[in-house]
Design a protein around this ligand. Structure first.
Ligand SMILES: [Zn+2]
Length: 120
């Protein structure tokens, strides 16, 4: 579920002033608001860790927006911002369908931030 106030065009106030640092602070602040955890803005990264069984972990972990998917990213990388889920043994926080839905929304948001930047 996406809260409608995040879709509002004036949510970011002065979008032209946003830079990467502010985006990071914003996403960290939002993801630290526990009661809003399920709707906070943040990236999701898929764990690439190969388990003892030979299968890839493949769990999705919450991450700040500045963190990007890489081929050696694994659950333990999220220890800085989400220590509870920083282990391959811990179940995924949300269902994969919901994670993918949020990712779709986040990508749209990023595109919009990029287009704001290009207007400067
Ligand atoms: Zn993992």
């Amino acid at each position: 579920m996406v809260r409608s106030n995040f879709c509002s065009d004036d949510y970011f106030g002065e979008p032209a002033e946003l830079d990467a640092t502010e985006m990071t602070n914003l996403s960290l602040q939002l993801s630290l608001r526990r009661e809003d955890k399920k709707t906070s803005i943040g990236n999701w990264i898929q764990c690439q860790e190969v388990l003892d069984t030979g299968a890839i972990c493949g769990k999705w972990r919450r991450a700040p927006l500045f963190v990007v998917q890489s081929s050696d990213w694994d659950c333990s990388c999220s220890v800085l911002w989400d220590p509870i889920h920083a282990d391959c043994a811990v179940p995924q926080e949300l269902g994969t369908a919901e994670v993918l839905q949020q990712l779709k929304y986040i990508n749209k948001l990023k595109l919009r931030l990029d287009s704001y930047k290009q207007k400067r």
